[in-house]
Design a protein around this ligand. Structure first.
Ligand code: PRT
Ligand code: ZN
Length: 223
């Protein structure tokens, strides 16, 4: 791939992380002009552009070198790392960003008892995070059946297609609306700045260091 002289950051095109991510970059002194096709936002001052994509694609785009950094939920980053396979570029969390907070949890029907992970033995658990769930079940030495669903995970127990779910929870309102209750937490998540473990050895690496310094200032002010 041709080396790029401008830094490229992948972020969510339209969703929960879009506004706060743009706001954070603005506070770091970066401003952008959106292109007509809305795939790219071009940096006006600094040599930093944005690529606007679905959040699930962000880790892969960094691993392939299409982007240098990404703003993505820790849940998506860890799921990618767990399922990317050997030989994939190792990604790391450069900074936690303090927004998009949620947790990946096990939830069970309200009337069901749950004391420990072993209570899930031989159960069917629906999730959009099979990598993270399988890793947790392995760690807890529980043999359960993982059912991978792209969305609407919370309705699976009512449909009778699963006994429990593993999904993101924020206020807990979705669980209550579906007669479920949170039983165990696998991962505390928030938006993070993700990138390869080693920085590019050119101007982009210098720009990343500058951005990290500015981020630290902005995040400190906010805390
Ligand atoms: O189109 P694209 O694929 O980019 O968007 P998406 O629909 O996959 O993502 P989006 O915008 O919903 O979420 C982006 C990221 O925000 C997630 O990967 C998380 O890191 C973070 N985040 C924070 C959340 C939530 N809070 C959240 N509450 N992501 C999803 N939810 C959903 C959850 O899946 C469940 O359906 O909201 C529901 C639970 O919310 P409560 O408040 O009812 O508990
Ligand atoms: Zn998504």
């Amino acid at each position: 791939m041709k080396p790029r002289d401008r830094l490229r950051i992948a972020m969510q095109k339209s969703g929960r992380l879009t506004e706060p991510a743009l706001d954070l970059l603005n506070r770091c002194g970066l401003t952008f002009r959106q292109s007509r096709d809305k795939l790219f936002c071009f940096g006006e001052g600094e040599p930093v552009d944005l690529l606007l994509v679905r959040d699930d694609d962000i880790p892969g785009l960094i691993a392939q070198g299409v982007c240098d950094l990404g703003i993505v939920g820790r849940n998506v980053l860890h799921e990618f790392q767990g399922t990317a396979g050997e030989g994939a570029t190792a990604l790391t969390e450069w900074r936690p960003l303090g927004f998009g907070r949620c947790r990946l949890s096990i939830a069970v029907p309200q009337e069901r008892d749950y004391r420990e992970p072993a209570d899930l033995a031989s159960q069917r658990i629906a999730t959009s995070y099979p990598g993270l769930l399988n890793a947790w079940l392995r760690e807890k030495q529980v043999a359960a059946t993982v059912i991978t669903l792209a969305g609407s995970v919370e309705i699976a127990p009512r449909l009778g297609t699963a006994d429990a779910i593993c999904d993101l929870v924020q206020s807990g309102g979705t669980l209550v609306a579906n007669q479920l209750r949170e039983a165990d937490v696998l991962l505390q998540s928030e938006a993070v700045l993700a990138g390869p473990q080693t920085l590019p050895a050119d101007e982009r690496g210098d720009m990343i260091e500058l951005l990290l310094k500015r981020l630290d200032g902005v995040i400190q002010v906010r805390e």
